[in-house]
Design a protein around this ligand. Sequence first.
Ligand SMILES: *[C@@H]1O[C@H](CO)[C@@H](O)[C@H](O)[C@H]1NC(C)=O
Ligand SMILES: *[C@@H]1O[C@H](CO)[C@@H](O)[C@H](O)[C@H]1NC(C)=O
Ligand SMILES: *[C@@H]1O[C@H](CO)[C@@H](O)[C@H](O)[C@H]1NC(C)=O
Ligand SMILES: *[C@@H]1O[C@H](CO)[C@@H](O)[C@H](O)[C@H]1NC(C)=O
Ligand SMILES: *[C@@H]1O[C@H](CO)[C@@H](O)[C@H](O)[C@H]1NC(C)=O
Ligand SMILES: *[C@@H]1O[C@H](CO)[C@@H](O)[C@H](O)[C@H]1NC(C)=O
Ligand SMILES: *[C@@H]1O[C@H](CO)[C@@H](O)[C@H](O)[C@H]1NC(C)=O
Length: 283
Amino acid sequence: MICSVFLSFVLIETIILIYGTLNVSDVLSTTNSDSYESCSNVCLSNINCVSLFYIPSSQSCSIYSIYQVNSYQKNDSLQTIVGIKTNSTSSKTCPSSFSSIDLSGDVNGIAYQFSSSNSSLSYETCPDGYTQFTRTRGIWCMKLYDFSTAPIYFDTSYCSQYSALPTGFDNADEVAFITSEMVTNSMFQMDVGIDGHRIPSCYNTTTIWCDDYEWSNNYTSYPTYVNWSAWNPSRWTSDFQENQMSIYLWSSSTLVDIYNDISCEGLIYGFVCGVPLGNWDFD
Ligand SMILES: *[C@@H]1O[C@H](CO)[C@@H](O)[C@H](O)[C@H]1NC(C)=O
Ligand SMILES: *[C@@H]1O[C@H](CO)[C@@H](O)[C@H](O)[C@H]1NC(C)=O
Ligand SMILES: *[C@@H]1O[C@H](CO)[C@@H](O)[C@H](O)[C@H]1NC(C)=O
Ligand SMILES: *[C@@H]1O[C@H](CO)[C@@H](O)[C@H](O)[C@H]1NC(C)=O
Ligand SMILES: *[C@@H]1O[C@H](CO)[C@@H](O)[C@H](O)[C@H]1NC(C)=O
Ligand SMILES: *[C@@H]1O[C@H](CO)[C@@H](O)[C@H](O)[C@H]1NC(C)=O
Ligand SMILES: *[C@@H]1O[C@H](CO)[C@@H](O)[C@H](O)[C@H]1NC(C)=O
């Protein structure tokens, strides 16, 4: 083991350097560095960097984010250098053995842990069954709950039983993901609940209506571009005010313009829930 400890006094982060290689899926950047010290400073100055790979013979310095490293191999007979960023305050001096180093840290609130015993890297991910999306202000996890065999009345608190929040859509990837799940599950001509409610100044019991919606939380961006489905928003049925939001697929060939307004007395067959991962820039 080469042990060199680099301190970043601002964030209390250090970089542990070992001989070995990394298995990675992508790279943040590759630059020329004249030493592993300067390569370490490149990683320390990038908040997203968790690891570096330095090739002394070519002075090549690559840095990697949390989702780009699959694993690493410590190997003292190699000449290439792997650096691991840690926030441990106990790593200010070289430890007596590699296995006693605390290789944990966090990037923007997402915790990770390098394991010195099995050379693996683990990090916080979305809850089971949730899929990860990158929104402009943070990382968002989404899941479609399908209860089409036992529909329920619209329930704004549905997601709370899973410690999740109702969600709208922030980008086309999310819309494409949820609609493809609905197609897979044959959820056609079935309302699926999402976040969003008509703002109170937009509705009342007379004939005055407008169609401005807001989200119940700030994880979905304002303003939103809502693409209503055919014949919607209908605002009300003969008995009910439709002030909540759902999505509705007529068929597998109508995957755009899917928004519907729905009342709390309307039946829903699924719900779209979301969970934030790490820190958001409004936290
Ligand atoms: C690198 O990691 C990926 C994902 O874990 C794995 O599929 C692949 O076989 C690994 N490659 C090598 C060379 O070990
Ligand atoms: C370490 O690297 C050497 C040189 O490339 C290689 O022969 C050896 O198999 C590696 N050891 C392990 C445990 O991967
Ligand atoms: C380092 O990060 C981990 C994971 O977020 C956290 O549990 C730990 O408290 C942090 N340690 C310090 C000293 O900040
Ligand atoms: C490697 O270690 C991590 C952390 O201790 C553990 O979660 C993971 O299951 C281990 N992986 C294997 C393949 O042993
Ligand atoms: C609305 O439709 C437009 C045009 O098809 C699309 O670019 C946009 O992503 C859609 N927005 C939502 C929130 O579905
Ligand atoms: C409905 O809206 C109209 C126009 O803003 C207003 O005159 C009326 O008082 C409202 N009725 C209720 C019950 O809020
Ligand atoms: C969203 O953020 C704004 C501005 O910080 C705040 O006033 C508002 O209460 C937040 N809304 C929700 C639902 O948290």
